[in-house]
Design a protein around this ligand. Structure first.
Ligand code: CP
Ligand code: NVA
Length: 311
């Protein structure tokens, strides 16, 4: 497999391989420090980023390469050069391309034309690097993934989608609670249901946050207004999503040893209360830290041909 564009590109074996590699990079961050020697990795970010941009830069550096951050106005794309031409040209200089943008089709087009690996660093529909770091964090905390329920509560956007797909590949028990109209897309629901069947997990899609968190080891949420969502939707989203705020009362309904997770950035008082995200059960900053070894693992695997991808 050349690229990592979606969690659904991966097999269960690929995910396990990535988590093992990431675990290795946690123990020995410099174990492949010459892989990208004398190579560059362009990182095109059309949306803001703190974690993804910096953890990817750190991952490339640890693999011996040079990350080049590129903003949306710095290429010729906005002056009419095609994505395909841009991809071909980048392929002459770079080891891989990391891209964060709006439309998934743009990333698919880039990957189709690029002779080198392309990594999706978040699109409107997907956030695979986040999901891999999240499962690494759950595994690190609980020792294993199977047998644990992840309850995702809130907007069924890119983070929810990649998380549920990855948890299904790992054979976890997944519960997703969203307001009506904010569910993950049908194809993500179908993939999750099929993989849960195959891998022996469980899957609940509900509008009831209380039902979702019962028996959960992890309670997870994301922002109410994602990058690229129209500002004029803010009031409507706030009204629909307020009952899905993760607070101390909701956490109390999960397992006694349950943890809280959030991809960050967080909005205290909106999707999560300060007491939960800043409390002793929050793994939010472990997740952020784990973005680095997870991205190192993805780049290593793609550049050494260690992912099979789905047939
Ligand atoms: N979680 C995440 O992707 O954060 P950034 O937007 O800061 O990269
Ligand atoms: N759903 C959020 C995730 C941010 C990391 C967004 O797309 O803005």
């Amino acid at each position: 497999m050349k690229d990592l564009l979606h969690v659904t590109d991966l097999t269960t074996g690929d995910l396990t391989r990535l988590l093992d590699l990431a675990n290795g990079f946690q123990d020995d961050p410099r174990s492949a420090s010459h892989l990208l020697a004398h190579r560059i990795v362009p990182m095109y970010f059309a949306k803001p980023s703190t974690r993804t941009r910096l953890s990817t830069a750190a991952a490339v550096t640890r693999l011996g390469g040079t990350p080049i951050a590129i903003g949306p106005d710095e290429l010729q794309l906005r002056r009419g050069e095609t994505i395909a031409d841009t991809a071909r040209v980048m392929g002459s200089y770079a080891a891989a391309i990391v891209i964060r943008t709006y439309a998934d089709a743009d990333v698919t087009d880039l990957a189709a034309a690029a002779p080198i690996p392309v990594v999706n660093a978040l699109t409107d529909g997907h956030h695979p690097l986040q999901a891999i770091a999240d499962l690494l964090t759950v595994q690190e905390h609980f020792g294993q993934l199977r047998g644990h329920r992840i309850a995702y509560v809130g907007d069924g956007g890119n983070v929810a989608r990649s998380l549920m797909e990855a948890a299904a590949l790992a054979g976890m028990d997944i519960a997703v609670a969203t307001p009506p109209g904010y569910e993950p897309p049908d194809e993500a629901v179908a993939f999750t249901a099929a993989e849960v069947d195959r891998n022996g997990g469980g899957f609940l899609l509900t509008t009831d946050p209380v039902e979702a968190v019962k028996g959960a080891s992890v309670v997870y949420t994301d922002v109410w207004l994602s990058m690229g969502d129209p500002e004029e939707d803010q009031a409507r989203r706030r009204k629909a999503l307020t009952p899905y705020r993760v607070d101390e009362n909701l956490m109390a309904l999960a397992r006694d040893d349950a943890v809280f997770m959030h991809c960050l950035p967080a909005h205290r008082g909106q999707e999560v209360t300060p007491g939960v995200i800043d409390g002793g059960r929050s793994l939010a900053f472990r997740q952020a830290a784990n973005r680095l070894p997870a991205t190192q693992a993805v780049l290593y695997a793609l550049l050494t041909d260690r992912l099979n991808g789905r047939p």
